[in-house]
Design a protein around this ligand. Structure first.
Ligand code: CP3
Length: 369
């Protein structure tokens, strides 16, 4: 493949819009590409209708439905990337843990890990290729059905975030159970984080084999750590994942794909994150774009970071916020997104305003440059 040619493997329809990939690799783009975290979500009536018929994880195991849900937001908005419909908690499931999605409440593990002795309950030598074949099938099918319109993003949860769910048994305000492990059982914590890291590496490589054209790693619970614990229990594993995925892609003769790290609420570690081996750093909305740019320079592409709740504002206010955000980030080495996922009560028309303003305003700036 020639540099800058992202049309991809002949087995799939050639890529028509590579703006997102170009921005991710730090190449010049004519406009700022945009996608939204949780763009396939309950704010879309068609999503609610498709999802209504079955349980959340049964949906995740149905490639055709995952494909349909992934494509839905692209039919409405001129987004520059698709993200495969799935969930980060399929990894704990592959390790043998039971996870259910309780409507209106979120994920629930009936038997979370309580103490280090519980680690023996986790399945050993998990064959991700086989165990999570349903995700790879969904990716392959979606690559065909996308017809090359935009690239497809694959993803995984990061080790600390998955560990936190596996110990807490669901969401938590304090993460006290999971953090107790870090303080009381550091050796067992590292053991668990290492098990997860190895699985995540295979999982991400298999997603690229199946057709994913970029990868995002979600460290959604980074904010609970603080810099000391982040440096010990998150950063080394994030680095390992980026490094090993790239090595394994090379060894398998696969094209490299840009990797995005989204460590929510971890701007205390922004410099280290920007040097951890990822092409793109995702930002939550609690950091000013200008400050983030100053701190990381032009070494990486930044992604984010409008407060998702800004979508509740009237449309003209949304446009104003988006314009300011683009001016602060600049039109290059930048992918517009929200600072976290959308909520179910958000208005699709406001999402349309968000996406449209990113495109029109960034083109305008480029024209005047
Ligand atoms: O459009 C997309 O973003 C792609 C699909 C996607 C989902 N989950 C589908 C989903 C992605 C990328 C995720 C990642 C994910 N899952 C994360 C990391 C991102 C983040 O939010 O920080 C986390 C922490 C999870 C775990 C998870 N899944 C929680 C906490 C919940 C409940 C919260 C909620 O929104 O209800 C889920 C459920 C979930 N995953 C939904 C969707 C669309 C909503 C439930 C439904 O459809 O019934």
């Amino acid at each position: 493949m020639e540099q800058g040619d992202y049309s991809g493997s002949k087995a799939f329809p050639p890529l028509k819009n590579d703006t997102f990939l170009k921005a991710a690799w730090g190449e010049v783009t004519d406009y700022v590409p945009v996608w939204c975290m949780r763009q396939a979500g309950r704010y879309l009536p068609e999503f609610r209708e498709t999802r209504a018929t079955q349980d959340f994880f049964a949906t995740c195991r149905s490639p055709a439905i995952c494909c349909e849900l992934t494509l839905q937001p692209l039919r409405r908005f001129p987004l520059d990337a698709a993200i495969i419909f799935s969930d980060i908690l399929v990894i704990p499931q592959a390790l043998g843990m039971e996870v259910t999605m309780v409507p209106g409440k979120g994920p629930m593990f009936p038997e979370p890990l309580n103490e280090p002795a519980d680690l023996v309950k986790l399945r050993e030598n998990v064959d991700v290729t086989q165990e999570l074949a349903y995700v790879f099938q969904a990716i392959m099918l979606t690559r065909y059905k996308l017809k090359g319109e935009v690239p497809l993003i694959g993803f995984s949860g990061a080790p600390w975030t998955l560990m936190a769910y596996m110990i807490e048994g669901g969401g938590s305000n304090t993460m006290a159970k999971a953090k107790r492990w870090l303080y009381q059982y550091p050796v067992a914590s590292h053991k668990l984080l290492k098990i997860l890291t190895n699985l995540i590496i295979d999982y991400l490589v298999d997603q690229v084999t199946a057709g994913a054209q970029a990868l995002q790693v979600f460290e959604s619970h980074a904010g609970h750590l603080g810099s000391k614990q982040f440096n010990e229990f998150s950063l080394p594993y994030l680095r390992e994942i980026a490094h090993q995925v790239k090595e394994k892609l090379k060894a398998s003769g696969l094209d490299q794909v840009p990797m995005i790290v989204f460590a929510k609420d971890a701007h205390y570690a922004l410099e280290d994150i920007s040097e951890s081996g990822y092409e793109v750093v995702g930002l939550d909305w609690t950091i000013q774009p200008k400050v983030a740019r100053e701190r990381v320079g032009k070494k990486v592409t930044l992604q984010g970071n409008m407060d998702p709740c800004a979508l509740y504002a009237p449309k003209d206010k949304i446009s104003e916020t988006v314009k300011k955000m683009i001016e602060e980030f600049g039109t290059q080495r930048y992918i517009a997104n929200l600072g976290h996922g959308m909520y179910p009560d958000m208005d699709p028309e406001h999402v349309a305003t968000f996406v449209e303003t990113v495109h029109t305003h960034s083109r305008q700036i480029r024209k005047n440059e």
